[in-house]
Design a protein around this ligand. Structure first.
Ligand code: ES4
Ligand code: ZN
Length: 326
């Protein structure tokens, strides 16, 4: 209980959360009814009971199907405002949130509809709840580089609402270099760059090398397998690159909370952070991820403090805001 109060009370930042992964079953049902979309289950409880993830593809299939209830600006607004309310209740003061525009534009929902709803919630939450947030646009790596480039171009009128770009979805046979041109253009447009290097993927060290040497990322999402190569670890530490680790997500997807890996990163001076990834699906927001490290991997107060400090430190806040939190 004491450690749980400690976790609750610490000011926190979250850097790796997919907004579409914050869609709670109750809101899914409300939106399905409102929008006349048929869900595969009859109640929120039945939907949760069908959450049967054991790897990335089994998760992604359920995740993409469920977001078909998101159609109107108000739907994106409500999902985002609900997440920011929940995060603020856990004393999260700042978050960087991913969104997947192609998962919506490919269904006929306009980019403008998606981003306006999200933006309206961000402004209102900053004003009414006192939680600061920025948006990171992800490309779906199992779609073409051409589609990613079109999405990048579609985002340019909204550039001031987006701090950076990322790469998510299924990593298998979709290496970082597939998107080298897209990310080079994103950089020239002023976006920060990050990419998912998911846990235990095929050719994982090749992919991590590509994000470091070819893409030139400002951060790495997950990046657990960098621990297999001491030169890569040294370089990540030397560049001060943040790694956004998602323990409970990892427990679902690779059956490992990755507590030992997080500890080793801290010991090597790598800036590991803890995050929730898809909290509505993995049933764990930021506090529950931190509690899992304490309860199931024996993390100490000092380790938890370091992880949260790292999150503010490697955040994409302007320096004065970052220093305010540090
Ligand atoms: C994701 Cl767990 C995970 N992995 C890859 N892409 C994703 N998008 C949302 N959640
Ligand atoms: Zn993720």
């Amino acid at each position: 209980v004491r450690m749980h109060d400690f976790i609750q009370n610490l000011p926190k930042a979250e850097l790796h959360v997919h907004l579409e992964g914050t869609l709670e079953p109750e809101l899914s049902f409300a939106l399905a009814t409102r929008n006349g979309v048929k869900l595969a289950h009859d109640t929120p409880e039945a939907l949760v009971a069908a959450y049967d993830f054991h790897d990335l593809p089994s998760f992604l299939a359920i995740y993409y199907k469920a977001m078909e209830v998101l159609v109107h600006e108000a739907d994106f607004y409500e999902m985002t405002y609900a997440y920011l309310t929940k995060a603020r209740s856990q004393n999260v003061l700042y978050c960087e949130m991913f969104f997947d525009p192609q998962a919506h534009t490919s269904r006929g929902v306009a980019f403008d509809t998606v981003i306006r709803g999200i933006r309206r919630a961000q402004l209102q939450a900053a004003d009414e709840l006192g939680i600061e947030s920025q948006l990171v646009m992800c490309f779906l790596r199992d779609m073409s580089a051409d589609s990613a480039m079109q999405t990048l171009l579609a985002s340019l009128p909204y550039k001031s609402w987006i701090i950076g770009v990322g790469l998510d979805s299924d990593e298998k046979h979709n290496p970082p270099i597939k998107f080298a041109e897209v990310f080079a253009r994103a950089r020239t447009e002023g976006y920060k760059l990050t990419m998912h290097c998911d846990v235990n993927q095929l050719d994982t060290l090749v992919h991590i090398r590509q994000v470091l040497d070819v893409i030139g990322v400002d951060r790495i999402d997950h990046g657990i397998n960098s621990l297999e190569d001491s030169a890569i670890c040294a370089e990540i530490a030397r560049r001060g690159l943040g790694l956004t680790i998602c323990p409970v997500s990892n427990r679902f997807v690779v059956q490992n909370l990755t507590g030992d890996e997080i500890r080793r990163m801290l010991a090597l001076g790598m800036k590991a952070t803890v995050n929730s990834d898809d909290p509505a699906y993995f049933r764990a927001y930021l506090n529950e991820n931190l509690a899992a490290l304490v309860d199931d991997a024996g993390f100490t107060e000092a380790e938890i403090r370091q992880l949260l400090r790292n999150a503010f430190d490697v955040s994409w806040l302007p320096a004065p805001r970052r220093e305010h939190y540090l």
